[in-house]
Design a protein around this ligand. Structure first.
Ligand code: ZN
Length: 101
């Protein structure tokens, strides 16, 4: 079975059922999520907000505060590395080992 991605010009189903609250909602009530076949989260925005899923790693997985902070730290380090690779190496050699970037 091949995965179908929503294409420009092809209108996907305009409504879907949230797998958390089981309410049928407009597609606009679901956050975009590229890796999903329909391009949308399986939880509606309301449900996502209710469990405060990390917005930067919003993959529908509920993480503890510690996990979310570690992920945020890692993302920040990754951004810094892209912008200032040399500085990054000098300053964060130790963190590089910790986070296995
Ligand atoms: Zn919902």
């Amino acid at each position: 079975m091949s995965t179908v991605y929503p294409k420009a010009g092809i209108k996907p189903a305009s409504r879907k059922v949230c797998t958390r609250c089981h309410k049928k909602k407009a597609l606009a009530d679901f956050s975009p999520q590229r890796e999903r076949s329909d391009g949308r989260h399986s939880w509606c925005r309301e449900c996502l907000a209710a469990v405060s899923v990390d917005r930067y790693h919003g993959d529908g997985v509920v993480r503890s505060r510690t996990q979310r902070r570690a992920l945020a730290r890692r993302a920040a380090l990754r951004r810094l590395r892209e912008k200032h690779p040399e500085e990054f190496k000098a300053l964060y050699a130790e963190e590089l080992r910790n986070y296995d970037l």
